[in-house]
Design a protein around this ligand. Structure first.
Ligand SMILES: [Zn+2]
Length: 218
């Protein structure tokens, strides 16, 4: 694949066409809870109450919130995302980490081995996590049909560029393909603010697996 010859970045190449756009979802700090931790924090037999649907089918922002307590500070009103799942995981921004005194590595969701812990405080009790705090690694969700259209497979990385007057290029966005996913580019609040991105904005795919697309999009 021949790299793009970049002579004038303000010129719109053909890959900035609709077929290469991906919607953006900016995630604020949030918590995924195991079924056991739901009961410890909110009471025996409790189940999370959906407040609003998220972009990925079946996922929801719950009405419930917890307080995060770290060695240096606390953050109240942190949203629980449902449904409850295997292991409890806390996703914070780098900025939150400084406030809490918890310096978490950048990881994909579910990859929590060796990450720091934190204390969760709910209305019914506390959970002292030994591990599970991450700064979420930016990623794109895609259905198999989207993956076909973008000609990528699960685990590939793509290069994304933001539009606007302060464009940013993300060189290494991990692609996650599943028939349970819909197309969405997920960044955390620090990344979203740094790039002036909001949920519902769009980015362009400009390359994959470290190589820029040619100007005709191939
Ligand atoms: Zn995601």
């Amino acid at each position: 694949m021949k790299p793009v010859e970049i002579t004038n970045l303000s010129e719109q190449p053909e890959w900035q066409a609709e077929q290469y756009t991906i919607p953006v979802g900016v995630s604020n700090r949030h918590v995924h809870l195991s079924p056991e931790d739901v009961e410890i924090l909110f009471g025996p037999g409790y189940s999370l109450v959906p407040d609003r649907e998220l972009s990925q089918p079946g996922q929801f922002a719950a009405k419930e919130k917890v307080t995060l307590l770290g060695p240096k500070g606390f953050i109240q009103g942190v949203r629980i995302l449902g449904p409850a799942r295997g292991a409890t995981q806390v996703e914070i921004s780098r900025t939150d980490g400084f406030h809490l005194g918890v310096h978490a590595p950048v990881r994909l969701s579910g990859d929590i081995e060796g990450t720091p812990g934190i204390t969760l405080i709910g209305p019914n009790g506390c959970v002292v996590l030994k591990q599970g705090v991450i700064v979420a690694k930016r990623h794109v969700h895609m259905s198999p049909a989207d993956a076909e259209r973008f000609q990528v497979k699960n685990g590939d990385t793509i290069i994304l560029q933001t539009p606007g007057d302060r464009p940013i290029i993300y060189p290494d966005v991990v692609v996650r393909v599943s028939d349970r996913f819909v197309l969405d580019f997920h960044v955390d609040l620090d990344e979203g603010n740094a790039a002036n991105l909001r949920t519902g904005d769009y980015v362009y795919m400009t390359g994959k697996n470290g190589q820029l697309l040619t100007r005709t999009g191939r």
